[in-house]
Design a protein around this ligand. Structure first.
Ligand code: SAH
Length: 390
């Protein structure tokens, strides 16, 4: 069989060398190649650029896996997985709760692997990776031992790429539920339920950091999911915590976590739309010493940016008005399309409209096991500000 070749339009190779995403608009032509199979990428003059998996279906049709003239087979995947896991082991003594593989930042575009105690969760973001799930599991087990592997693909990404999203054990069954430790806090995880691969691991370090401001304070955890921020705050000595959350699954997880941490007598969840609840709390005159605002991505695409900006401004304005004197606000945006500058601009406007002066205590981002790639700005998706009322 002739090797599959994707030829870039002239001048596109320089960008692709540092930013491995090839869009259909970058492609001059491509030979016959089966979706999800390896393709050799060459520049306009036919010179070798790299190699990756090709998929004609999504606009982002190839993510380069190597810039060396080497096969993109199981040996490469296994080597890269071993390096990714070794990096996490350097940073933490026991990475029993961590993102082990983070796509482009580990030179494994399209693959995410998270460790939840005795279980590894694999999420495939491209057809090419989904086809090689078995090789991924072999590579993982070589370095972390014979763990059960749960597949937790994202349904919308799978639809875009044209594969059936897996949400099940790969082969050997593991426990459906585990309790993991985040510092002093215990959190329950049920595989196959909930968001992401189980928890928002990208917020793990921020949960610890924000809890340092919780002592003696009343806490509002808006868009709380399973109350991770609230549990950390309560264990760190907060007086009480109110969570706002709309998903019944997340709410039952929050109640479980309150019990696991022995804080149920100081915690409550208000089920409903956080937009309405923030407004209601403001009107009722309640004030909080610590407010956490961690909404879902309001902007799923560039065209939704204006509506997203209005949403962020609204919730931030309300949250700022709810701060007690000297109160601290930890506010986040995880929308890929909202830049850090834009997010800060929105918060500035919200503070202006709310008539609240805030000092910036810190600028926050995703946990360090989800590192940003300098030349791929899209990899810095979580932006946060830690603010304090003056
Ligand atoms: N802070 C959490 C993660 C929050 S993710 C953590 O650290 O684990 C955002 C959460 O907002 C999700 O759980 C989602 O169910 C919830 N959510 C989305 N829209 C909402 C709305 N309008 N009102 C209340 N909750 C909402």
């Amino acid at each position: 069989m002739k090797p599959a070749v994707l030829r870039l339009k002239r001048g596109r190779e320089a960008r692709v060398r540092v930013h491995p995403w090839i869009f259909k608009g970058d492609v001059a032509d491509v030979t016959d190649v089966e979706a999800g199979s390896p393709v050799t990428v060459v520049d306009g003059g036919g010179r070798f650029v790299g190699r990756g998996f090709y998929n004609p279906r999504p606009p982002l049709c190839c993510r380069v896996l190597t810039w060396k003239d080497e096969p993109v087979g199981d040996a490469l995947l296994r080597r890269r997985i071993a390096v990714a896991v070794a990096r996490r082991t350097e940073r933490r003594t026991s990475p029993s709760l961590a993102r082990l593989v983070w796509s482009e930042a580990d030179a494994l575009p399209g693959l995410v692997v998270d460790r939840y105690g005795p279980v590894a969760v694999v999420q495939c973001l491209t057809l090419g990776m989904a086809r090689r799930r078995g090789d991924v599991a072999v590579g993982l087990r070589e370095v972390i031992g014979d763990v059960p592997v749960f597949s937790a693909d994202d349904p919308s990404q799978a639809a875009l790429e044209g594969f059936e999203p897996a949400r099940t054990w790969l082969d050997e069954h593991g426990p459906d539920h585990v309790v993991v430790e985040e510092g002093r806090v215990r959190i329950g995880v049920t595989f196959g339920q909930g968001h992401k691969t189980g928890l928002y691991l990208d917020q793990l370090e921020n949960r610890l950091r924000v809890a340092a401001h919780a002592g003696g304070r009343d806490v509002l955890d808006a868009f709380s999911y399973t109350a991770g921020f609230a549990c950390h705050a309560l264990v760190a000595g907060a007086r009480r915590a109110v969570c706002l959350e709309s998903s019944p699954e997340a709410i039952s997880g929050a109640h479980e976590n309150f019990k696991l941490n022995d804080v149920a007598d100081r915690a409550e969840v208000v089920a409903g739309n956080a937009f309405d609840e923030l407004r209601r709390l403001d009107r009722s005159g309640q004030r909080f010493g610590l407010v956490v605002l961690d909404p879902p991505p309001f902007a799923r695409g560039r065209d939704a940016l204006d509506a997203a900006a209005r949403g962020y401004k609204e919730v931030n304005l309300r949250a700022m008005r709810l701060l007690a004197p000297g109160g601290v606000l930890a506010t986040f945006s995880c929308s890929h399309h909202v830049s850090a500058e834009m997010f800060e601009g929105i918060c500035r406007e919200a503070a202006g409209d709310a008539g609240v002066s805030l000092r910036v205590l810190d600028r926050l981002t995703q946990s360090s096991d989800h590192p940003e790639v300098l030349t791929i700005p899209e990899t810095r998706y979580l932006k946060g500000l830690l603010l304090q009322a003056i």
